[in-house]
Design a protein around this ligand. Structure first.
Ligand code: CU
Length: 170
């Protein structure tokens, strides 16, 4: 075969190979895209809200409910015994959360305010925790590192009476 003809044949072969594997290539590209997106969001979910780097250790969990009752008014409640214990502190109607310095804490807020169906949120300015406004039965989790010793406030920005303390101890 003359040189020129062979080159044309090569180009044809390449086109043929591409056409043959078009769908396989498309499927692998699709899988790669899905994996990349999953990895991106997976890594992001491991980055605490007051840090820039992912943390690969299991967090302690603090489950908070936003509720209302005629006796208590708007209040946060919790049954998480590991991270939180109820402490009566005047001016704060919600439980005190107690954490060890350096603890990784996932705070899970659920709106269980079936009485008024108000929106609620949870904020801990000291640790950059800010949930969005949650409607009835919505929930959101945020993970932070208790990287400062001291006593800090958490609150709902919609109901100033919904306030509690976070104590971080050595
Ligand atoms: Cu509220």
């Amino acid at each position: 075969m003359p040189k020129k003809g062979r080159r044309q044949q090569n180009v044809k072969d390449k086109k043929f190979i591409f056409a043959k594997y078009k769908y396989t290539i498309a499927i692998f590209a699709g899988i790669a895209a899905v994996v990349a997106v999953a990895a991106y969001f997976g890594i992001h979910s491991l980055i605490p809200v007051n840090s820039n780097v992912p943390v690969f250790s299991p967090p302690v969990n603090t489950f908070m409910k936003a509720t209302y009752s005629p006796q208590t008014g708007y209040v946060f409640t919790t049954q998480s015994s590991t991270a939180a214990r109820p402490v009566n502190v005047s001016g704060y109607n919600s439980p005190t959360i107690v954490l060890k310095l350096g603890a990784l804490d996932s705070i899970h807020l659920i709106n269980e305010d079936s009485d008024t169906r108000s929106l609620h949120n949870l904020n801990i300015d000291a640790f950059n925790v800010h949930t969005r406004n949650l409607g009835y039965f919505e929930s959101q989790s945020q993970t932070f590192i208790a990287n400062k010793i001291g006593t800090f406030v958490y609150y709902c920005s919609i109901h100033p009476e919904m306030r509690g303390l976070i104590k971080v101890e050595q």
